[in-house]
Write a protein that binds this ligand. Structure first.
Ligand code: SF4
Ligand code: SF4
Length: 209
C-alpha cells in the first residue's frame, strides 16, 4: 500500500485558480504523488494521429482505431482494468505518454461533487473523495457552489437538454458543468429556459469539436 493510499486527504489547491486554469485548457499539473489510480481504472486512452512520440512508444498490438474517429487510435486495458503501459505501478512510457494522460485531472469530479464512475473506477473514486480544495476568497466558495448547482441542473433537466445516461458519462457531465457554471452564479438571472438553451449549445459545440 502506498503512502497515498493511507492518507486522509490531499490539497487540491485554491478552487477558483484551479477552475480558471481548467477552463483555459492548461495542462493539468495534478499533485498525484505516488497515485496511479487512473492508470488502473479501465479507461480507454485516446491517441491522436499527430502524437508520433506516443504512437512510437505504444506497441501496435494494444492499439485499435477509435470508434467513429478514424484520425485517432485507442489503447485499451487488461482484464484487471490496468493500462498495458503500467509496469510495477509505474508508467513505463511516462515521458512519451499520450496527451489524454497529461490532461487527465480527477479533481474535476471532486469539484463537481460526483464520482468518476462505478466499481471499475473505484480507485479513482477513492482519490476523488480525498481531495480538499482551498477557499481563500468568497469567490472561491461562490464558484464552487455555482458549479455544483450546474451539475444538479444538468442532471435534473436531462430530458429537456436531450441528454440521456448513455451520452453523458461522468467526465462529460463534469466538463459540461465546468463550461457553463457561470450562468449559475448568484449575480446571474437567466431564466430556466435560457439556461437550457445555453447548456445545449455548449454541449453540441463540444460534441462537434
Ligand atoms: S487518479 Fe488523480 S491523483 Fe491519481 S494519478 Fe490519476 S490524476 Fe493523479
Ligand atoms: S500511458 Fe502511462 S500515464 Fe497513461 S494510462 Fe497508461 S500507464 Fe497511465
Amino acid at each position: 500500500m502506498s503512502k497515498n493510499d493511507i492518507a486522509d486527504s490531499f490539497n487540491a489547491g485554491p478552487f477558483s485558480l484551479w477552475l480558471r486554469n481548467t477552463r483555459a485548457g492548461k495542462d493539468a499539473d495534478v499533485p498525484c504523488g505516488s497515485c496511479n489510480a487512473c492508470c488502473r481504472s479501465s479507461y480507454f486512452i485516446q491517441i491522436r494521429a499527430d502524437e508520433k512520440t506516443a504512437l512510437q512508444a505504444i506497441p501496435q498490438v494494444v492499439r485499435f482505431p477509435a470508434p467513429g474517429n478514424t484520425a485517432s487510435q485507442v489503447m485499451g486495458y487488461d482484464e484487471q482494468g490496468h493500462c498495458p503501459m503500467l509496469q510495477q505501478g509505474r508508467c513505463r512510457i511516462y515521458a512519451m505518454r499520450p496527451q489524454t494522460c497529461r490532461e487527465y485531472d480527477c479533481r474535476i469530479f471532486a469539484a463537481c461533487g460526483i464520482e468518476a464512475g462505478g466499481a471499475e473506477k473505484q480507485a479513482v473514486n477513492t482519490r476523488v473523495a480525498q481531495w480538499r480544495f482551498e477557499y481563500p476568497n468568497p469567490q472561491d466558495e461562490a464558484e464552487q457552489q455555482a458549479l455544483r448547482t450546474a451539475v444538479e441542473f444538468i442532471q435534473l433537466h436531462r430530458a429537456a437538454l436531450s441528454l440521456d445516461q448513455g451520452t453523458l458519462h461522468p467526465t462529460q457531465l463534469a466538463l459540461l458543468a465546468i463550461e457553463v457554471f457561470e450562468v449559475f452564479l448568484p449575480e446571474q438571472s437567466l431564466a430556466e429556459h435560457d439556461k437550457i438553451v445555453h447548456i445545449r449549445r455548449i454541449f453540441e459545440r463540444a460534441s462537434n469539436s
